[in-house]
Ligand binder design. Structure first.
Ligand SMILES: [Zn+2]
Length: 393
């Protein structure tokens, strides 16, 4: 389904612009008209991280006139494996500012708008309304649903992408012409089911594979060329090197864009909607959570504890808390590893940040280990509070 161009053309291109964009101008489908539309376009990148890096760089190079960047995070060394818009000298700098500097180097003709803040229900509509198109590169479900809901409520199209390990997905959601994200995924996955990239990892170059699809779709929407990815989901498998396109239909029962919507404004709390941990885990950790400081005190006082790291072996290779043994969460949930747990010691579970250990704690308590506890904030907290000399990830 071809769609009309999203953006009206700018009045004219300068001599500098004609020289700079000549390789676009000589493509008949883009031409002077398309380049003028790009010049007039206002695009917002949500996140200047893995997906935001290539999308911002290529949108800038392509001559998108106004680029907004919203990100509240600062550049960390562990970002540089994939977030190619940032460099070593940017470590510690707000990502939005670092990205703006790189964009100025690629194309000083771009007007960059920095939103050095977290996107939330109080600012999302006001920020989105300043742009023609949103490019979503967020890495968490709470923000993803909020981006979708705000875009649908404002009638804005957005280009969505997601990445995990070797797998990527991309689509264009535009309520007026096709399904929304909620039509595709009505419910967020159960907490703890889908690890984030920080928990599960991501192949750096996957960001470029999916980010380039997002830019491609953004350019098509702005200039009105080709078949936009509306109503279709692109699924990419980097290991098999396979791209598949799946049809996605508008769901008449969609809570947001269906015939009888139940979601008519932004939700009060998207974190709550997506759930930090499951209800069972929430119940299990209540009154059974210790801090890393308490764990260190227990160790120092010689308390007889059985400290279990429930992360994966690859994470265990990176760092570990002294005295811990590795029993991955899956082996606890399946019951396979239950025999390894002593009946006469204080059991303490930890993971990276406290989500997986909460899930494992729920399973252990169900199996009868009523006194088991887990460590709030996991090894991330241990590194920051107890031992900053340990490597982190
Ligand atoms: Zn929908």
């Amino acid at each position: 389904m071809a769609l009309p161009p999203l953006v009206e053309p700018a009045a004219e291109l300068s001599v500098d612009e004609i020289r700079r964009y000549s390789r676009h101008l000589i493509i008949p489908d883009v031409g002077m008209d398309g380049q003028k539309r790009l010049k007039n376009a206002k695009v917002l990148a949500v996140g200047a991280g893995g997906l935001g890096s290539p999308t911002l760089l290529y949108l800038a190079a392509a001559g998108v006139g106004t680029l907004g960047i919203i990100d509240f995070d600062t550049v960390d060394e562990s970002n540089l494996q994939r977030q190619i818009i940032h460099g070593v000298s940017d470590i510690g700098t707000p990502k939005a500012e670092s990205a703006a500097r790189s964009i100025a180097e690629v194309n000083p003709l771009v007007n960059v708008v920095i939103h050095n803040t977290a996107l939330d229900r109080d600012n999302v509509k006001e920020i989105f309304s300043q742009y023609d198109l949103i490019v979503d590169g967020t890495d968490n479900f709470a923000t993803r649903y909020m981006v979708n809901d705000a875009a649908v409520l404002l009638g804005k199209p957005y280009v969505w992408g997601s990445i995990y390990r070797f797998d990527g997905q991309a689509s264009v959601f535009w309520e007026e012409h096709g399904p929304c994200y909620r039509c595709l995924y009505p419910e967020p996955p159960p907490p703890g089911m889908v690890p984030s990239c920080a928990e599960g990892g991501v192949l750096g170059v996957l960001c470029a594979s999916i980010g380039s699809i997002q830019v491609n779709e953004a350019i098509k929407l702005i200039t009105g060329i080709g078949e936009p990815l509306v109503g279709r989901l692109m699924v990419y498998d980097a290991l098999e090197m396979e791209y598949r396109k799946i049809k996605v239909r508008k769901d008449p029962n969609c809570a947001l864009c269906g015939d009888n919507p139940t979601v008519t404004d932004l939700l009060e709390d998207y974190e709550d909607f997506c759930g930090a941990v499951s209800e069972e885990a929430q119940e299990a950790v209540t009154g059974s959570t210790i801090t890393v400081r308490e764990l260190k005190d227990w160790q120092d006082s010689g308390k007889d504890i059985f400290l279990v790291d429930v992360r994966e072996p690859a994470e265990w290779e990176i760092n570990r808390i002294p005295g811990a043994v590795l029993i991955p969460k899956g082996e606890i949930l399946s019951g396979e590893a239950l025999a390894k747990f002593p009946q006469d010691k204080q059991i303490v579970l930890h993971c990276k940040s406290g989500v997986r250990s909460a899930e494992a704690l729920a399973a252990l308590k169900t199996a009868g280990f009523k006194d088991a506890v887990h460590v709030q904030g996991g090894i991330v907290s241990w590194v920051s509070v107890i031992d900053p000399s340990l490597p982190s990830y």
